[in-house]
Design a binder for this molecule. Structure first.
Ligand SMILES: NC(=O)c1ccc[n+]([C@@H]2O[C@H](COP(=O)([O-])OP(=O)(O)OC[C@H]3O[C@@H](n4cnc5c(N)ncnc54)[C@H](OP(=O)(O)O)[C@@H]3O)[C@@H](O)[C@H]2O)c1
Length: 275
């Protein structure tokens, strides 16, 4: 992250906002303000406030990070503007909220049809961000200044890898692949564990095998220059045990169809939820 990260106002410090804030503090964040009604404490010199009305009058953030649930965002923005009408005037607005479009956020903050929309950046991180292994897709309008892109990217790079998408609708596919993706992997762990028990293993042994296999394979893929197909081939001897299993899983109507339909369903849902 940039050495002199400008002061932030973080609105919502729960699972995702909390993971981001922790990483920013560790990386050396300029004195900032966190607005959250549940968070118990944050380290000095950062300040924690319970409502927008408590934001210190002398604090003007360079970045406003929106990390509340999308359904509570409108109220949070309305409260913010009621307390500090000009607070977003010169700020970069970074939203990690699923579904909330840059147009909707820009309209809520700056008024419908606002020309300030280029300063709204959308980011879709995932839960491994909590351990610095996140994957975040980012979108900004084409006219967004390069400095705003660089700052947004460095903020998300503090919790893992980042990638930009060119079109805002692509954030829905990012949501379906990497945003929801950890859940698919956890489901695989559950199913692998269950299958191990079916094949005669004690439950705790099957659980350990499933967890460590998935985390180890993920780490191996992360560190290896090989792509996933090459790594798979290295485990799959012709006529061996893995080949038997892969023949079942990779059959056209098995995983290829299931994964493709699952990601399509998640993308559709992200689109439906978009406001
Ligand atoms: N968790 C993920 O995997 C993930 C991944 C990608 C994106 N996101 C996005 O990140 C956002 C936050 O998700 P989350 O899981 O971190 O939610 P969360 O744990 O519920 O955190 C939101 C926090 O903000 C507080 N809050 C909301 N409105 C407030 C207000 N007006 N004033 C003060 N505090 C307020 C909430 O308090 P109350 O509970 O009292 O409202 C809560 O402590 C969502 O938009 C989600 O789409 C999450």
């Amino acid at each position: 992250m940039a050495e002199h990260t400008p002061p932030l106002l973080l609105i919502g410090c729960g699972n995702m906002g909390g993971a981001l804030f922790e990483a920013w503090v560790a990386a050396g964040l300029a004195p900032s303000v966190v607005l959250d009604r549940k968070k118990e404490a944050i380290p000095a010199p950062h300040r924690l406030v319970r409502s927008a009305a408590e934001i210190p009058a002398d604090f003007t953030p360079s970045v406003i990070v929106l990390a509340v649930k999308p359904q509570t965002a409108a109220q949070a923005i309305a409260d913010l503007l009621a307390a500090r009408p000009d607070i977003a005037a010169n700020a970069t607005v970074l939203s990690v909220m699923a579904g909330a479009t840059t147009a909707a956020i820009g309209a809520a903050l700056f008024g419908a049809g606002s020309v300030a929309r280029p300063v709204v950046v959308r980011a879709m991180p995932n839960t491994p961000s909590a351990i610095g292994r996140g994957m975040t897709g980012l979108f900004a309008a084409p006219e967004a200044p390069q400095a705003i892109r660089a700052l947004s990217e460095s903020l998300l790079a503090a919790v893992g890898a980042t990638v930009w998408v060119e079109h805002e609708e692509q954030i829905d596919a990012v949501t379906a692949v990497s945003g929801s993706g950890p859940a698919y992997v956890f489901l695989l762990a559950e199913l692998l564990e269950r299958a191990g028990v079916e094949q005669g293993l004690p439950a705790d042994v099957a659980r350990l095998l499933a967890r460590k296999t998935i985390s180890g394979a993920g780490e191996l893929m992360d560190r290896s220059p090989d792509d996933a197909t090459q790594l798979r081939h290295k485990v799959t001897s012709p006529g061996g045990t893995t080949a038997q299993a892969i023949a079942v899983l990779a059959a056209k109507d098995a995983w290829p169809t299931a994964i493709s339909e699952a990601v399509a369903a998640a993308t559709r849902r992200a689109r439906e939820l978009a406001v």
